[in-house]
Design a protein around this ligand. Structure first.
Ligand SMILES: [Fe+2]
Ligand SMILES: [Fe+2]
Length: 157
């Protein structure tokens, strides 16, 4: 599996959860809590394979995009702390929907930058063979991802 295709598939999975959340009714507390649980799982796993495998590999082969990688890690930092707050939060809390909305804005912005500005440069510099090799490593690493978003390296300051 090509690394960039794999990451874009993950982005789509998350976007589907976001759309479902947006469609869920104001009072659909159980549904919204379930969706947030899935967001936490998907985003933590995705951030883990990016931080442990893709970002370092991309940074090494395209040093010109180092600042982009560093900015991406800061964006992950904000997202993982929000995920951690949401994981213990009552969906009836008046801040719940607002927090999920800001989480979605952050993730959508981040995904857009990755896909539109950065991945094309990485693809060109790395070529198909290395992207496939990295994709395979990421696929395997998914099962090693932590459940706690704060266990990710981007959670540290
Ligand atoms: Fe990312
Ligand atoms: Fe991503």
């Amino acid at each position: 599996m090509d690394a960039i295709v794999l990451l874009k598939d993950d982005h789509k999975t998350v976007e589907k959860l976001f759309k479902e959340f947006e469609k869920a009714g104001e009072q659909a507390y159980k549904k919204k809590q379930e969706l947030v649980g899935q967001m936490i799982k998907e985003l933590t796993t995705h951030a883990y394979i990016e931080e442990e495998i893709f970002y370092p590999a991309a940074r090494e082969s395209v040093p010109a995009t180092s600042s982009h990688v560093l900015e991406s890690v800061e964006e992950h930092h904000v997202v993982v702390w929000m995920l951690s707050e949401l994981s213990g939060m009552d969906p009836k809390d008046e801040r719940f929907d607002a927090k999920v909305t800001v989480l979605m804005e952050n993730v959508r912005h981040h995904v857009k930058e990755e896909e539109e500005e950065w991945f094309p440069q990485v693809r060109e510099a790395m070529g198909r063979k290395s992207l496939q090799e990295i994709g395979e490593r990421m696929e395997k690493a998914k099962s090693e991802a932590p459940q706690d978003p704060l266990a990710l390296s981007s959670a540290d300051k």
